[in-house]
Design a protein. Structure first.
Length: 235
């Protein structure tokens, strides 16, 4: 639909007569294709199809590194569903940056701890309808393990002062992660002005350590390389 002037499809469960598809993407030949990776094994599906791995689950650095290695190995011999291979790996993280490390960790833990009860929705379905992918509770189980150490800053989580956050993000960069999406707040547990202060400090003190990150490609979006010096996220 993105690359052809007119498109039609005849399938088993649905069909579409020939139509002109408008509007066409601004990027040529089309924007990068991603798949949300939440269940174990989806990173393999993404790699086999030449899709970017948009990680939406939290896990230890070691767990994520194994997934990334598997993704990189498989995508070398992929059959891309798009006109080009989007060999990009994104992960998700929490972010709260403060000049005082103890205060940054404490406030950041308020965000992660508030998130835990919201993630219970990930538990009920696998209990009712067991599946292979449901065997790993992923997001919720990981956060509960991290919450079992009150006051501690979980490894790999971007909370604390700029020095600690830079150090933890460098771990993801060294692993080969291309970009990080940040959760900045949960249910307004942190006042908005503090969230903005956190972002300003992050931009001033942390992002320069990743200044050699790849710029946006005119055609395909982010080029493979080091961790991009940009933060995305929401409440």
């Amino acid at each position: 639909m993105w690359t052809q002037e007119r498109y039609s499809y005849q399938g088993v469960t649905w069909s579409m007569p020939q139509r002109t598809i408008l509007p066409k993407p601004y990027q040529k030949p089309h924007p990068p294709l991603w798949v949300a990776v939440t269940s174990p094994g989806t990173e393999i599906d993404a790699a086999e199809r030449g899709l970017g791995s948009l990680g939406l689950t939290f896990g230890t650095v070691e767990e994520q590194e194994e997934k990334l290695k598997r993704y990189r190995r498989i995508i070398r011999d992929c059959e891309p569903v798009g006109d080009f291979v989007n060999e990009q790996v994104a992960t998700i993280n929490f972010l709260y940056c403060h000049e005082d490390n103890a205060q940054g960790v404490a406030t950041g833990r308020r965000i992660t701890d508030r998130f835990v009860p919201l993630a219970t929705q990930f538990v009920h379905n696998p209990e009712a309808i067991p599946t292979r992918s449901g065997a790993s509770q992923g997001l919720l189980a990981t956060l509960r393990r991290q919450a079992s150490a009150p006051g501690a800053a979980p490894p790999g989580i971007a909370i604390g002062n700029p020095e600690r956050i830079t150090r933890e993000l460098k771990k993801w960069e060294a692993m080969g992660v291309d970009c990080v999406n940040f959760v900045l707040n949960v249910l307004e547990v942190v006042p908005q002005e503090q969230v903005l202060d956190s972002l300003r400090l992050f931009a001033r003190e942390v992002m320069p350590h990743f200044k050699d990150a790849p710029a946006q490609s005119e055609d395909h979006g982010l080029k493979p390389g080091s961790l991009p010096s940009a933060a995305a996220g929401g409440r």
